[in-house]
Design a protein around this ligand. Structure first.
Ligand SMILES: [Zn+2]
Length: 473
């Protein structure tokens, strides 16, 4: 058996007004090509870069949220390589003095908390974009110089499930902290993967396969599964794998060889002479630290503990800001009903909003409505089949569950004379079933169903069963 060894690099576009080293608008997505450019991000001679304070502060915030140590001093470096969409011939990045080092992210895999180590967090600039059209290549420099935050992990992942859990948690963290929207469709969060297979426990393989530019978590998972299959197939045939960069063939996760991997020596990193060293004082770091809210992993286990909720349910809550806000509102002073009300929230209400394409925050169902619905159920005033119908009517009208139940007379039939009449009617209408009942008492199930149908679910099935027994004997 082979043991996959996986490490990740993640690029995030922080929320900033301007680009990393110039004043151009960073919100380039969907704009006409080459409209967000200036001499700095076009790499024209003589143009000088000025670091974006907001991007650097967001990088510090990210590093802190990932439990990294912040370097007291940090600097930018030039990473030299030729690419048509890199007009300067180098990218301004950070080499040996990144902003943050040595952190971790905790995420749950199969309900167990696992810790994945972060090697470093640094700031850099994005490149432009090449568009290939037939035998021509067009260049769009709107993306050139857009700020990027890069996160490098240790090779701590051994399966696609672990990578998925980590990637989702990371995306939540950056959203909770307001660092980035991490909208993958706009390329605001991208992954690079290195993966190799080890044949013996605790032995690092002597090769690494890199796959770049993965724009979604589901594709990332598929790439890992594809590579595990591909590499183990080759190793089984006795082939030797070597260092290689592979590209995505399509969204199925299949990869193709691109080139052998460069080493950092190939990039001839050297300090960026146009930008002075950055020094971060402890006051700034403390100020940024204070802005970090409770993070999803912490919040999840606090909710499990505090409200006695099931961890998988809370995972759904922490992953969705509107569900979480709805829950928080509902939980105010309602600890006793909260477990049941939460089931209605993540179950029926979420299904209703999805089916009607309504955002939860725009829905007519309010947090207090779910609490009221659960109260009605707990007090035995309505049955659960009816409760679903009540919720649908609240969703349609915005009226409270109590009003709906009254308006449509949906409460449980408590009057036994009324119920007895319905039971007798059902018995009279089904003489054949009544005959069967004498041979097979299970036939009563059908009669019970008919009574529930007649009463639109408002009868108590236990009472009906008793009545049926009495009348039929
Ligand atoms: Zn610019």
């Amino acid at each position: 058996m082979y043991q996959p060894i996986i490490g990740l690099e993640i690029h995030l576009q922080p929320k900033t007004k301007s680009k990393m080293f110039c004043g151009c608008d960073a919100a380039y997505f969907g704009s006409k090509p080459n409209t967000h450019t200036c001499p700095v991000c076009l790499g024209l001679p003589g143009a000088l870069p000025v670091p974006n304070r907001e991007a650097i502060e967001k990088c510090i915030k990210l590093a802190l949220a990932l439990n990294c140590t912040i370097s007291e001093e940090s600097k930018f470096d030039r990473k030299n390589y030729f690419y048509p969409d890199l007009p300067k011939g180098y990218q301004i990045s950070q080499y040996d003095e990144p902003i943050g080092r040595g952190g971790f992210v905790e995420a749950d895999v199969d309900r167990d908390a696992k810790r994945f180590r972060i090697t470093r967090v640094h700031a850099e600039e994005d490149t432009g974009k090449s568009l290939h059209q037939g035998d021509k290549t067009l260049l769009d420099f709107n993306k050139s110089g857009v700020p990027l935050l890069e996160i490098v992990t240790e090779p701590d992942f051994t399966s696609s499930e672990e990578v998925e859990a980590f990637a989702k948690r990371l995306r939540q963290i950056v959203r909770y902290c307001g660092i980035s929207d991490a909208d993958m469709e706009k390329g605001q969060m991208r992954f690079e993967l290195n993966i190799s297979l080890s044949q013996h426990a605790n032995e690092l393989p002597d090769y690494k396969i890199e796959v770049k530019n993965i724009g979604s978590i589901s594709v990332l998972k598929r790439v890992i599964e594809f590579e595990i299959k591909r590499q183990s197939g080759l190793l089984e045939k006795g082939e030797k794998l070597t260092q290689e960069t592979r590209g995505l063939k399509d969204m199925t996760g299949e990869t193709l060889s691109q080139r052998t991997k460069e080493t950092s020596a190939d990039y001839r990193y050297f300090p960026e002479p146009d930008i002075p060293k950055m020094v971060f004082d402890s006051g700034l770091i403390e100020k940024i630290k204070a802005e970090i809210p409770e993070l999803p992993q912490e919040k999840k286990w606090r909710y499990v503990d505090e409200y006695k909720l099931d961890p998988d349910t809370v995972e759904v809550l922490v992953a969705n800001r509107s569900l979480l806000a709805f829950f928080d509102e509902m939980a105010k002073g309602n600890n006793e009903l909260i477990v049941e009300a939460t089931k209605w929230l993540v179950g029926d209400l979420r299904r209703l909003t999805k089916a009607h394409g309504v955002k939860l925050e725009d829905s007519k169902v309010k947090p207090e409505h779910l609490i009221e619905l659960v109260s009605l159920l707990n007090e035995g005033k309505i049955k659960s089949a009816i409760a679903k119908e009540v919720l649908t009517k609240v969703f349609e009208t915005g009226k409270s569950p109590i009003d709906i139940v009254e308006e449509y007379s949906m409460t449980v039939i408590e009057n036994s004379d009324e119920l007895e009449e319905v039971v007798k009617k059902v018995i009279d209408a089904n003489p054949k079933i009544v005959d069967d009942y004498k041979k097979n008492p299970n036939a009563a199930q059908f009669l019970l169903g008919q009574v529930m149908k007649e009463t639109k679910g408002q009868a108590d099935p236990l009472v009906v069963k008793e009545l049926l027994g009495e009348i039929l004997e």
